[in-house]
Design a protein around this ligand. Structure first.
Ligand SMILES: [Zn+2]
Length: 212
């Protein structure tokens, strides 16, 4: 089964819903939905739990892929613990959605992320490293969320994020942010400076104790 999901605007970007299946996890049995982005060849994922298409705001996490943090247990960032905590909170509520967007390394890809990590090993911070490689500090694009959420019947979110840019980006789409909730997890000695840089240069809402 496949179905073209209308793009968020009139751009060439298009997203095709492909299929859904059960995804049992440590926390709950989610429904997994896969989408194909024809313009980039990327495959994106949504996990849902419970009935999310009834119009009530849905507890949600919009998570950008981080291979090192999500799958390889890296402590250089806080992505893995945030992903786990988001799934746990959705499971506790018995209802929610997680969009997993394939935009590795704040949008610069894995190879360039490792190049940026190499520069950070030599003393650059995360923003300086990206800029030294010729990239903006954050290249992530959230416009895909709109057709994904529309396909899932979700019109309003209770969004778990510490990132005001993500909230602003979502408000620029036709998605209601009914509430935003902090998602604090995973500060450790290896990512202390990285998280402080996200606060100082990218406006993230985390204080030095890891609490807003
Ligand atoms: Zn990460």
């Amino acid at each position: 089964m496949s179905e073209t999901v209308a793009p968020a605007d009139n751009s060439a970007q298009d997203l095709v819903f492909v299929e859904s299946c059960r995804l049992p996890t440590r926390w709950a049995e989610f429904q997994m939905h896969v989408f194909f982005e024809a313009s980039t060849g990327k495959e994106h994922v949504a996990l849902t739990l419970g009935q999310v298409n009834d119009g009530a705001p849905v507890l949600a996490r919009i998570h950008s892929e981080c291979l090192t943090g999500d799958a390889l247990f890296s402590r250089r960032c806080d992505c893995g613990p945030q992903l786990e905590l988001a799934l746990q909170k959705i499971a506790e509520e018995g209802r929610g959605a997680l969009l997993y967007l394939r935009q590795e390394g704040r949008g610069i890809g894995l190879l360039n992320k490792v190049r940026a990590y190499h520069l950070q090993d030599q003393g650059a911070d995360t923003v300086e490293a990206n800029q030294r490689l010729g990239f903006a500090a954050d290249l992530r694009n959230y416009s895909l969320c709109e057709p994904m959420l529309k396909h899932l019947g979700i019109s309003a979110l209770r969004l778990m994020t510490n990132n005001p840019r993500k909230i602003a980006a979502m408000q620029g789409l036709r998605v209601t942010i009914a509430e935003h909730l902090p998602l604090i997890a995973g500060r450790n000695p290896h990512n202390d400076r990285y998280l402080d840089t996200k606060v100082a240069k990218l406006g993230h809402m985390i204080d030095s104790d890891g609490v807003i």
